[in-house]
Ligand binder design. Sequence first.
Ligand code: GDP
Ligand code: IMO
Ligand code: MG
Length: 436
Amino acid sequence: MANIIVIGMQWGDEGKGKIVDLLTEFAHVVVRFQGGNNAGHTVVVGQQKVILHLIPSGALYPQKKCVIGNGVVVDPQVLLAEIDELQKRGYFKDDDQLLISEDAHLIMPYHRRMDVARERMKGEGKIGTTGRGIGPAYEDKVARDGIRVGDLCNPKIFRKKLEATLAFKNPCLETCLQDKGFNLETIFQEYNGYGERLKKYVTDISVFINNRIKEGQHILLEGAQGTHLDVDHGTYPFVTSSNTVAGGACTGAGIGPTKITEVIGVSKAYTTRVGEGPFPTELKDEVGERMRERGREFGATTGRPRRCGWLDIPLLRDAIRLNGLTGIALTKMDVLSEFETLKICTSYRHRDERCQEVPSSIEVLQECVPAYEEIPGWKGEMRNARDFKDLPPQAQDYVRRIEELTATEVILVSVGERREETILRRNPFERGPCLS
Ligand code: GDP
Ligand code: IMO
Ligand code: MG
C-alpha cells in the first residue's frame, strides 16, 4: 500500500503541479482534496504547458483516474472550460477518467461577486484574494447554506435551494455590499445546463477511492495552496478558507488517516508569496527582482507578480510539524544559480527573543527580523543534472544544509520546469533509504 499526500510547505506555488505530475507515473488515482480554482498548478511535458485549476495534475496520463474530492469547492463553469481545453489538447478522451464528488460544494456567481465586493470594501486591509469566490463558498458550506454538486444534478432540488439562497444573498449584495443581485431564472437556466454536462462524472468518491485502496492501488493526494495559507495554521487572516495541511486530505477525500503512508512537502529553494500578509524574508530590492525574473514568478491563476525572498527555515519547520512530513521535494534550484552568495533564514528575532517557530500572531510575525546564515552560491546551467552528484558542490551543500536545519530528507531536487528536469533521490512509492 502506498497512498501519498503532496502538500505545499510555504504560501503556495511551490511547484506542486510538477511534482504531482511526476509522481503520477507510480500512482493509479490522483485526488484534489481542498481549495478550488484559486489554485494554478503548472505541468510542463514536452512542448506542452498546461495550467490546471481544478482537475488534478495527473490529467496528462490517459490511464490514471482523476478525482475532485468533497473538500474542493467547484465552479462548474470553470471546470467545464478546463475539461474542454484539455480535450482540445488531446487529453481526457475517456469520460471515465474524471470523477467528481457529489458532496463537493459549488462556487456560484454570487460567491464570486461577494469575494470581489468585500475586498473592495476592505480597501487597504484587503487579503488579496484571487477573487474566485473561494471564501464565500466555504462560508456557505460551514453555515449549512451551500449547494452541492449532487444538488446541481437534480433540477428540482437545485431550483429550490437556489431560490432560498438568492432570497438571502440578493439583499446582502445590494444593501451591505452595494452591488447587484442575481435573477433566479437566469442562473437556474445556465447552471442547470452545467449540471446536465457534469452529471456523468458525479459519484461517491469515498467509496471509489477506498475500493481502489482495497484492491492495492496507489493513491496520490494533491494539495493546493500551502501550509501557511491554511485557515487554522497559516498567517491568519491572510490565508485561504480551507485546511491546506495534510490533515485536510483525509476529510477532503473521504479516507481514513490509517491509509496514508507518506506525506511529501514541496518547497521552493527560496520563498514566494502572492497577495497580502507577512513575509519575513521578503526582498524588496534588486535581489528579489532578480529572483522574480529568473524564476518567472508571476501567478499561474491571476498573473500577479509574486513577492520573492530568501528561504525561510522556520516556515519549513512549522510545515514539517503540522503535516508530519516524511520528505521534502525541493524545487527551482536552477533559479538560484548565478547568485554570488545565498542567505538562509535559520530563525527569527523578535525584540530580544529568538524564535525557532513561526509565531501565531501576525502582529508579532510582522515585527520579526530574520537571522541569516550565508552560503556560497554557484554558477552554470543545472537543468541537465539527473543525479545529485551532477549538481555543483555548493548546490549539494545548500541541499544538505536544508536537511540539517530541518532534520528532514530532501527526497527530490527539481532543476527545471519539465518532468525530466528532476533528481529523484528516493521514490516515495517505493519506500527505502535516501540514496545519496
Ligand atoms: P503550484 O501551484 O505549486 O503547482 O506551482 P505553480 O505552477 O503555480 O508555480 C510553479 C512554477 O514554477 C511553474 O511555472 C512551474 O512550471 C515552475 N517550476 C516548477 N519546478 C521548477 C523548477 O525546478 N525550475 C524552474 N525553473 N521552474 C519550475
Ligand atoms: P496554488 O495551489 C498562491 C492566496 C491568495 C490570497 C489568499 C486568499 O497554485 O499554490 P483566496 O482566493 O484563496 O481566498 O485567496 O491565498 N492563494 C494562493 N497563493 N498559490 C495558490 O494556489 C493560492 N491560492 C490562494 O493570493 O493571498
Ligand atoms: Mg500555483
